[in-house]
Design a protein around this ligand. Structure first.
Ligand SMILES: [Zn+2]
Length: 171
């Protein structure tokens, strides 16, 4: 039994390649909320003389660090605090139709699949530094086919969603 013949498709068992082009059609981010201002305010306070300490801001939960390491998307930005590591982006999904998957961490490839399978759900993007444990909510957006819409409304900052990853950060 040979299991490594170089001739066959390298993506053994994935079977996802066929749908990739159609997935692109639903991979449109809607109702985007940007948390850049809150992020900048936190950093200004942290790196300046504000009340936010490094303990406050660099407090990523071990679960979040693990998610960032194993399911996070590498980013090209370096950590604004320690400037020692490239940030990783962790995607959390929320939506009534997700059922047991609500609040889970999803890799970008999984998000693309979900966008094809569900009407609407919201994705929260958290940047994480594996070096110093800096973490902050950076963006959220809605994905999905658009069928049955009630998540499409923009969510206001700090609207009481379960943002267990960021704790007190965005304000
Ligand atoms: Zn860092």
């Amino acid at each position: 039994m040979r299991h490594d013949s170089g001739d066959c498709c390298p993506r053994t068992g994935s079977g996802r390649t066929a749908g990739r082009r159609t997935l692109r059609a639903v991979w449109s981010q809607r109702a985007v909320v940007d948390y850049g201002l809150a992020r900048r305010a936190t950093l200004t306070s942290l790196l300046g003389s504000g009340p936010i300490t490094r303990e406050d801001a660099c407090d990523a939960h071990p679960y979040l660090l693990r998610a960032a390491r194993h399911h996070g998307e590498a980013s090209t930005s370096e950590c604004p605090v320690c400037r020692d590591e490239q940030l990783r982006l962790v995607h959390y999904v929320y939506g009534d139709e997700l059922g047991a998957y609500e609040g889970r961490v999803k890799a970008p490839a999984e998000l693309a699949e979900m966008a094809h399978e569900h009407g609407e759900f919201r994705v929260y993007v958290v940047e994480v530094c594996l070096g110093c444990a800096w973490n902050h909510l950076v963006q959220s957006f809605v994905l999905g086919t658009g069928a049955g819409s009630d998540v499409g409304r923009p969510v206001r900052r700090g609207a009481g969603r379960r943002e267990r990853t960021t704790g007190p950060a965005p304000r």
